[in-house]
Ligand binder design. Structure first.
Ligand SMILES: Nc1nc2c(ncn2[C@@H]2O[C@H](COP(=O)(O)OP(=O)(O)OP(=O)(O)O)[C@@H](O)[C@H]2O)c(=O)[nH]1
Length: 338
């Protein structure tokens, strides 16, 4: 895990969202939740690029051992705390509280804190962490936004039926649900997922989106109703480390981009929910690309100046049945032979 920096310089925009720090002095906290690959980082980047005028600090939590998300969040290089190698709702709660403590007690404390939780996190447990901490008055929950991959919400239920329970808990704790990726889902699926959420939850606000494009005003300054965080809301039974597994592949060799995407589409085991990383791909000149895959969908996009390095590093997250040897063989097959 790496911890660095504290808060951002005052933006020069005149349009400010009222974040509502209020008399209590508690710093408003927005939690972005949602399952792996739903579009949380995409939403976070929209928030950060949105010119809301708030001095916001960002906490990014990746379940894997490398915090890829930290490289994908744009525009807050010195203002982000990266919490990797565990989930903030259960395994690295102390790191979360410590990071927030550092932020709020710094010389220039942020006006707002945005936490992108890991895709397997239970937001109720995150909030319970603050309630159980030494200084529960440091932060005030401003709102919880849950990003849903509308196309894939019901995927993987054969391998892990309890996944739907986790997704339901993420949605159920939210003030706002962003039904994302409606471009991939199509109207019938969108209507179906909407109905499913409506019948399951009371009074949750739902917006549909492509690339998490939702108005900023509805994301910040929600001032959600007080909710009593109870430590009983922590997940019972297996810990995330027992339910989910991560696997990392590193190589100095070049990938054949077509084989890589074809392998993900055809052969990636159903136990793998998400892959992401930076890869060196073969071409006229080797190129550094960002690999993103959610289920069997994948994209390779030029990495630009992000995460400059000469080797490739991919993280996969899946069920505890994930087979490291099999994955190693599959990814190795996509390397260019010398
Ligand atoms: N087609 C389509 N792709 C999207 C949309 N929103 C996000 N994506 C893509 O989905 C992938 C995952 O998006 P992220 O924002 O990284 O998802 P995430 O929830 O932060 O992922 P984790 O942090 O790994 O859980 C990326 O390749 C995005 O470009 C959308 O509305 N439509």
């Amino acid at each position: 895990m790496s911890l660095d920096a504290s808060s951002v310089p005052e933006p020069d925009t005149a349009d400010r969202v009222d974040s509502g720090r209020g008399d209590s002095g508690a710093t408003p906290l927005t939690i972005i939740t949602g399952f792996l690959g739903a579009g949380k980082t995409t939403l976070l980047n929209r928030l950060l690029g949105g010119g809301h005028g708030l001095r916001a600090a960002v906490l990014v939590n990746d379940f894997g051992s490398i915090n890829i998300d930290a490289d994908l969040v744009v525009g807050v290089a010195d203002d982000m705390i990266s919490l990797a190698n565990g989930c903030v709702c259960c395994e690295i709660r102390d790191d979360l509280v410590g990071a927030v403590e550092r932020l709020v007690s710094s010389a220039t404390p942020p006006e707002h804190i945005i936490l992108e939780a890991s895709g397997v996190a239970d937001p109720a447990s995150i909030w319970a962490t603050f309630a159980g901490s030494q200084r529960p008055d440091w932060v005030r929950l401003d709102g919880v936004t849950c990003v849903v991959d509308t196309e894939q919400i019901f995927e993987h239920l054969d391998e892990a039926p309890d996944l739907l329970m986790l997704k339901a808990r993420q949605i159920g704790f939210a003030d706002l649900v962003v039904l994302n990726k409606v471009d991939l889902a199509g109207p019938a699926t969108v209507a179906w997922v909407r109905r499913w959420i409506d019948t399951m939850m009371d009074r949750v606000r739902i917006v549909e989106a492509v690339q998490a494009d939702v108005p900023l005003e509805i994301l910040l300054g929600i001032r959600c109703e007080e909710r009593e965080p109870s430590l009983e809301q922590s997940p019972r039974g297996l810990s995330h480390r027992e339910r989910f597994q991560t696997w990392t592949f590193r190589t100095n060799r070049l990938f054949d981009p077509r084989s890589l995407q074809e392998m993900i589409r055809r052969d990636l085991p159903g136990e793998v929910y998400r892959c992401k990383g930076f890869v060196q791909v073969a071409g006229d000149t080797p190129q550094r690309m960002l690999l993103q895959s959610v289920g069997r969908r994948s994209e390779l996009i030029p990495a630009g100046t992000r995460a400059i390095a000469t080797h490739s590093e991919i993280v996969a997250i899946g069920t505890s049945a994930l087979d490291p040897q099999r994955l190693h063989r599959l990814f190795e097959r996509c390397l260019v032979t010398r």
